[in-house]
Design a protein around this ligand. Structure first.
Ligand SMILES: NC(=O)c1ccc[n+]([C@@H]2O[C@H](COP(=O)([O-])OP(=O)(O)OC[C@H]3O[C@@H](n4cnc5c(N)ncnc54)[C@H](O)[C@@H]3O)[C@@H](O)[C@H]2O)c1
Length: 314
C-alpha cells in the first residue's frame, strides 16, 4: 500500500509519518523544496523522540527508508492507493490540486482531504465520485490519535471501511461521521468549551491563569480515559438530567468571538508564535513551552498505547 501526501506544511509531514509508522510506503509532495526538507527534518525529529521514549520499536532510519519526497505531482500520485491532500484551506487551490489528481491518480485510488472546514465532496460533486472523502487529522498527526473520516452521500462504504482499517493499522483511533457538519465533532466540542471559558473570564468569575489550571486538573484529566457518554454514566443520569437542566439556560450562547480575543488579533498578539497571546513569552520561553508540550504529549501517547492498544515497547 502506498500513500501520497500533498502539502508539506504544518500537517503533511506528520500525516506521511503516520503511514510510515504503519509500515506503508509514503511520498510527500510539495511545490517547495524547502518545505519538503523541513518536513523530513520534522519527521526525523519526532521519530527520534518517539524512539528515545520507547513509543516505537525501531530507529528512525527503519521508517525513513520508505519515505520519498518530490515536487512532481505525477511522480507522487500515479501509483498511490490513497492520497491525502493537505494544502492550504483555499478552494481555488484545492480545485487546482484535484484537477491534477484526476489526471494522474489510478482510477480506484482513494482521495481524502485533511480540510478543517470545507464540505469538499459537496463543493466538487463530480470529482472522483465515491472515491473522495474528508479525513481530518489532529495536530500534531503523529501524536494525536484521532482521525475523523466524513462519509459523504456518494462515498463508497467499502472504501471508507478500507481507509478506516488502514489508519487503525497505523495506530490511529478513527471515527466515521455519517455526514458533513461544520467543525466536525471535536472542533465543535472544543469551540463550545472555549466559548464558556472566555465567558467566565470576561465575567470576572475566574482569571485566565486559574482557568489554565482548572481544565487539566478536572475534565481534561479524566477525559483521556473516559468518553462523554461514559462520563454521564459515571455521574448518574438522574444527576445529569437535574444539573444540566439547571445549567443549559445559564450557559453562554454568544454568537460572536469576544473582544478579548479579536482585540489581541488586531494588535498582532497571536499567541506563542508572536510572543504574546493571553500570556507573554520570550523566544526562549516559547521554545521551551513548545518542547515541553511535545514531551508531555509523547508521555501521554505512551500511556495511551499501553492502555488502549496493549503496546509496550521494551
Ligand atoms: N494546521 C493545523 O493545525 C490543521 C489541523 C487540521 C487540519 N488542517 C488542514 O490541513 C490542510 C493543510 O493545513 P496546514 O496547516 O498544513 O497548511 P500549511 O500552510 O502549513 O502547509 C501547506 C503546504 O502546502 C504547500 N502547497 C501550496 N500549494 C501547493 C501545490 N499547488 N502543490 C503542492 N503543495 C502545495 C505549501 O507549500 C505548504 O507547504 C488545510 O486544509 C487545513 O485546514 C490544518
Amino acid at each position: 500500500m502506498k500513500a501520497a501526501v500533498i502539502g508539506a506544511g504544518v500537517m503533511g509531514p506528520g500525516i506521511a509519518q503516520v503511514f510510515l509508522e504503519g509500515g506503508f510506503d509514503a511520498v510527500l509532495m510539495d511545490i517547495s523544496e524547502e518545505q519538503l526538507k523541513k518536513g523530513v527534518d520534522m519527521i526525523e525529529l519526532v521519530l527520534t523522540q518517539k524512539y528515545e521514549k520507547k513509543i516505537i520499536a525501531e530507529k528512525p532510519e527503519y521508517y525513513l527508508k520508505n519515505l520519498k519526497t518530490t515536487t512532481d505531482m505525477k511522480e507522487a500520485v500515479s501509483d498511490a492507493d490513497v492520497v491525502i491532500e493537505a494544502v492550504p484551506e483555499k478552494i481555488d487551490l484545492k480545485k487546482q490540486i484535484y484537477d491534477q489528481l484526476d489526471e494522474y491518480c489510478k482510477p480506484d485510488a482513494l482521495i481524502a482531504s485533511n480540510t478543517s472546514s470545507l464540505p469538499l465532496p459537496e463543493i466538487f460533486p463530480d470529482f472522483r465520485k465515491g472515491n473522495f472523502c474528508v479525513a481530518h487529522f489532529y495536530n500534531p498527526p503523529p501524536i494525536l490519535p484521532l482521525v475523523e473520516i466524513v462519509k459523504n452521500d456518494d462515498a463508497d462504504m467499502e472504501k471508507i471501511t478500507w481507509l478506516r482499517k488502514v489508519l487503525e493499522d497505523c495506530g490511529k483511533t478513527v471515527i466515521v461521521l455519517n455526514k458533513f457538519i461544520e467543525g466536525f465533532v471535536i472542533n465543535r466540542l472544543q469551540t463550545a468549551s472555549a466559548r464558556e471559558a472566555l465567558y467566565l473570564v470576561n465575567e470576572g468569575v475566574i482569571s485566565a491563569e486559574d482557568m489554565n489550571l482548572a481544565t487539566p486538573a478536572s475534565i481534561g484529566f479524566k477525559s483521556v480515559w473516559q468518553g462523554s457518554f461514559q462520563t454521564m454514566d459515571f455521574i448518574g443520569l438522574d444527576t445529569v438530567a437535574h444539573v444540566y437542566n439547571l445549567l443549559y439556560p445559564k450557559l453562554c450562547n454568544d454568537t460572536e468571538v469576544p473582544a478579548c480575543v479579536t482585540d489581541k488579533v488586531k494588535e498582532g498578539k497571536l499567541g506563542l508564535k508572536t510572543g504574546e497571546g493571553f500570556a507573554k513569552y520570550t523566544p526562549e520561553e516559547a521554545q521551551a513551552t513548545s518542547e515541553q508540550r511535545i514531551d508531555r504529549l509523547l508521555d501521554q501517547l505512551k500511556l495511551w498505547n499501553k492502555h488502549y492498544h496493549g503496546i509496550e515497547v521494551e
